[in-house]
Ligand binder design. Structure first.
Ligand code: SF4
Ligand code: SF4
Length: 364
């Protein structure tokens, strides 16, 4: 029997002519009408999980789309609706506030970062994960993700939005820990202190002997210190990117399993597709022209379709920020980051979270 295909709705960012009703926000409203969101949210507690960015980043999902989504959810008369991310601090800098999006903003792991529940994964490399109680307590999840590149897994979309964004620092550290542990090489260090300035957790320092120290209690293993080091003095031996992506998939599956079937909707926004994740607090040029919005009840299908739509042949000349350059690989993100971005999608499919076999239905 042929494999059943998951439906992925697609609203193109390119209007056929200059007409407000043919632009992306208008199509987004029609896309939402085609999903059974209104009937599912009735009387229920609804979480809209996003990546709200930080610092000087300006390429996260525009607040207008969040407002349109919240307005749509409210038509279904939910018990409550909130927008959430690991941290919502300073989200108003990028225009996310109750006044603009029409819903409360709540941290996914509580204001103290410790409102979590522990779940078993059944997987030896990472036996347990903690997920935010506000997420686990919700009845319906709208997984609203910005599609972009990612240094450690090639791609950040629906899977990563749940795996990294619904958990406390301790679980994020466990996932990054799957790649290996940090090592400092004295001979390579020029004491520029870029690593110290980059660490927002106050986890690293140089001691009196000039040795690099990490206070592991504070360290989130975000690897930002390693990425900014100009000489490669901070490194991870034998980085296991595939294992990291499996960790992402396993954690995302744990989050998904806290919801009843049919109570998760995945919406990927394929615009401002940059080389790095929004967690860096900066924005570099878009690598390809804006594509649009994809949505599905199937998380595997939506990430597979998103990755397929981001093509090296559409690369905008001059959009790659040095020292990055195109290397080997089958996908644009693999050529840039050296990691197969489909790995997390395959792992999620193996875990039974959905199918990578999809059918696009255009929203006009
Ligand atoms: S990995 Fe992240 S949290 Fe840990 S020391 Fe480096 S910058 Fe700080
Ligand atoms: S960024 Fe690298 S070279 Fe600069 S102080 Fe830190 S470890 Fe040394």
């Amino acid at each position: 029997m042929p494999k059943k295909k998951a439906i992925v709705l697609f609203a193109s960012a390119i209007p056929k002519k200059v007409d407000r009703d043919l632009t992306l926000p208008a199509k987004f409203q029609r896309l939402l009408d085609r999903m059974p969101i209104i009937e599912r949210v009735n009387g229920r507690k609804v979480a809209i999980k996003m990546h709200l960015g930080g610092g000087l980043g300006y390429s996260t999902i525009h607040p207008l789309f969040v407002k349109l989504l919240v307005d749509h959810v409210k038509k279904g008369k939910p018990r409550s609706v909130f927008v959430t991310d690991g941290s919502v601090k300073n989200a108003s800098d990028r225009g996310y506030a109750k006044e603009t999006v029409g819903a409360r903003l709540l941290p996914a792991v509580g204001t103290n970062g410790k409102d979590v529940i522990t779940k078993r994964t059944g997987w030896t490399p990472m036996k347990t994960v903690e997920i935010g109680k506000p997420i686990a307590d919700a009845d319906v999840l709208l997984n609203f993700s910005h599609a972009k590149g990612h240094g450690a897994c090639g791609y950040g979309g629906a899977c990563k939005n749940l795996a990294m964004g619904c958990v406390p620092d301790s679980t994020r550290a466990k996932m990054h820990g799957l790649e290996g542990s940090l090592e400092w090489v004295r001979d390579k260090c020029i004491r520029c202190d870029k690593c110290i300035k980059e660490c927002t957790s106050n986890a690293n320092s140089f001691n009196k002997k000039g040795e690099y120290n990490i206070f592991w209690h504070h360290c989130r293993l975000c690897l930002h210190c390693m990425m900014v080091c100009p000489t490669g003095a901070i490194r991870i031996e034998n980085r296991k990117f595939d294992l990291f992506q499996e960790g992402l998939a396993r954690t995302a599956k744990v989050v998904l399993d806290t919801f009843k079937p049919g109570h998760v909707f995945n919406i990927n926004v394929l615009s401002d597709i940059t080389i790095w994740c929004d967690c860096w607090g900066l924005t570099t040029p878009s690598l390809v022209p804006d594509i649009g919005i994809m949505a599905s009840e199937d998380i595997v299908a939506v990430d597979q379709a998103t990755l397929k739509a981001i093509k090296t042949t559409d690369l905008i000349p001059g959009s790659i920020t040095p020292p990055y350059k195109l290397g080997k690989g089958r996908h644009l993100f693999e050529k840039l980051h050296g990691k197969d971005p489909f790995c997390q999608v395959r792992e999620l499919e193996k875990l039974g979270a959905g199918t990578a076999s999809f059918l696009i239905e255009k929203v006009r």
